[in-house]
Design a binder for this molecule. Structure first.
Ligand SMILES: Nc1ncnc2c1ncn2[C@@H]1O[C@H](COP(=O)(O)OP(=O)(O)OP(=O)(O)O)[C@@H](O)[C@H]1O
Length: 210
């Protein structure tokens, strides 16, 4: 994947199998968002191949909610392609924290509440694979733990997840497998337990130049 003359991703190969929860970690500028946007079809790569089966939904970095709209309207937009499935009831069952917020304007919610809405909106599309870009960014530990709990539950029900995180500890804790991205290349990959003590992860986690 290139931005003009600059190569942002080079020879990167990443896979997420059905029902698997995989982390992609790396320091600022490593290429995580570029990879997510390529996987989701927002960016077109110069070369390479993307193979998917099932539905894919994205929780984008920065949430990108529709600020003036209510929580319920934001959720409904998650199923804009699917007229028959715009009932938001199942999302309130999955994420009961949203029930008292349903008529509130999304732009006035806290960061954690907004991330919950972004998660709910993505789940409205009944995805098989959920791609989450920087879930924990700017959120308090307790809020992050709550979101992580919801992800674990959805995963236990069969949802596959590609989790992009700067917080490597959180990512390795949640996911069984991980890739470490550095300057547009995968520099390490494997089971999270193995990567937890590696130098590549320390570099990605601390955001140091290697
Ligand atoms: N629209 C763009 N035009 C040109 N270069 C870009 C563009 N978006 C990103 N880049 C460059 O591509 C590289 C990868 O950026 P990317 O945003 O994918 O990294 P990241 O790992 O998601 O970083 P962060 O954790 O800070 O979000 C960086 O060098 C960045 O400057």
């Amino acid at each position: 994947m290139r931005y003009g003359a600059a190569t942002a991703l080079d020879g990167v190969s990443v896979s997420v199998r059905a029902g698997e929860m995989v982390a992609l970690i790396g320091a600022n500028g490593a290429g995580k968002t570029t990879l997510v946007n390529t996987v989701c079809g927002i960016l077109r790569p110069a070369a390479g191949e993307l193979r998917t089966s099932g539905r894919l939904a994205l929780v984008p970095e920065g949430r990108h909610l529709f600020g003036p709209l209510t929580v319920d309207d934001n959720l409904r937009l998650g199923a804009w392609r699917d007229r028959k499935n715009r009932d938001t009831g199942h999302i309130y069952q999955l994420l009961p924290e949203l029930v008292p917020l349903r008529k509130q304007v999304a732009g006035r919610l806290s960061g954690g509440q907004q991330q919950m809405v972004a998660l709910g909106r993505a789940l409205m599309g009944r995805p098989d694979v959920l791609v989450i870009d920087e879930m924990s960014l700017g959120l308090a530990p307790r809020v992050v733990e709550n979101l992580a709990g919801h992800l674990r539950q959805r995963h236990a029900e069969g949802l596959a997840v590609l989790l992009i995180e700067q917080n490597a500890r959180l990512a390795l804790d949640l996911c069984s497998r991980a890739y470490v991205l550095e300057a547009g290349r995968v520099v390490a990959e494997g089971p999270s337990a193995e990567l937890a003590g590696s130098t590549e992860v320390a570099t990605a986690y601390l955001g140091l130049e290697s």
